[in-house]
Design a protein around this ligand. Structure first.
Ligand code: CP
Ligand code: NVA
Length: 303
């Protein structure tokens, strides 16, 4: 099969390719019909607001079309394999964006697709979110190297992992602050440290949120309970409580710091409303940037 460029992980992209996505994103702020007559299939095994809508709107704005396919409505529900689904869909469409549970399933999808597969979130990774996040940071600080991003909460989730990979690629120092039980995945940590060696930045994991927040340029949090983990709600709320992003933690960061959250947020749990709606929050610009960076990603991968 012809080799196609997939986006399953931030580590599928070189630094130059990430910069090209950001340049394309800027260039397409005024969209052009670059994807006329192209179709994106969007597969969802989990709920989505931002990813679903930003990809569909981006396709429309670029002159193409998106098909929203719920996993439950496809023949996979009746046992057709992911590999066969990919073989068939990729003969119809020009790209596939998928939100799945197991990361191995998106690898299987990509391995059997003739067209680019974009990871719209798996249990392990969320690369499109990380691209929009870094684009947001770059717009705000006009630089990336040497900034300190602090992630508070669940160190073992998809958003944390993709931030670890992208920060380490681009020279942003990152500290993850989480309870021991929720340290990042070992393999992702290994890839992160390898990226750090090349870019010359730092990565660490600490348990104390106060120690982590000190001198941060960016304070970032995400849900304590990711999709699929609802059964662990009680335990997670208890163990993550000390990591709540409140104004006391914000005071420890730099005066110029910004607050980020990929959304959906659970106000009063991982973040207090006073912080989410406060002056330092760029959370809704960050959500808007999903649309802008989706255009950049699609224009580069599907053309
Ligand atoms: N941040 C994000 O991916 O949001 P959705 O789950 O709404 O797509
Ligand atoms: N970690 C969250 C991200 C949602 C966009 C989840 O997987 O539910």
């Amino acid at each position: 099969m012809k080799r196609v460029k997939h986006l399953l992980s931030v580590n599928d992209l070189s630094v130059k390719e990430i910069e090209a996505i950001f340049r394309k994103t800027d260039h397409l702020k005024k969209p052009k019909p670059l994807l006329k007559n192209k179709t994106l299939a969007m597969l969802f095994a989990k709920p989505s607001t931002r990813t679903r809508v930003s990809f569909e709107v981006a396709m429309t704005q670029l002159g193409g079309h998106a098909i929203d396919l719920d996993f439950g409505d496809l023949q996979v529900k009746r046992g057709e394999t992911i590999a066969d689904t990919a073989r068939v869909l990729s003969r119809y469409v020009d790209g596939i964006m998928a939100r799945l549970f197991a990361h191995k399933d998106i690898i299987e999808l990509a391995n059997n697709s003739r067209v680019p597969v974009i990871n719209g979130l798996t249990d392990l990774l969320h690369p499109c979110q990380a691209l929009a996040d870094i684009y947001t940071i770059k717009k705000r600080f006009r630089r990336l190297k040497g900034l300190k991003l602090v992630y508070l909460g669940d160190g073992s989730n998809n958003v944390t992992h993709s931030l670890m990979l992208i920060c380490s690629k681009l020279g942003i120092d990152m500290t993850v602050s989480c309870p021991k039980k929720y340290f990042p995945d070992m393999d992702i940590a290994k890839q992160t440290l390898e990226n750090c060696k090349k870019s010359g930045c730092d990565f660490k994991v600490v348990t104390s949120p106060k120690e982590a927040a000190k001198d941060a340029d960016v304070l970032y949090t995400d849900s304590w309970i990711s999709m699929g983990e609802e059964g662990e709600k009680e335990e997670r709320i208890g163990v993550f409580a000390p990591y709540q992003l409140d104004s006391e933690l914000v005071k420890l960061a730099k005066k110029s710091c910004i607050v980020m959250h990929c959304l959906p947020a659970h106000r009063g749990y991982e973040i207090k409303s006073e912080v989410m709606d406060g002056k330092k929050s760029v959370i809704f610009d960050q959500a808007e940037n999903r649309l802008h960076t989706e255009r950049g990603i699609l224009a580069l991968l599907l053309r």
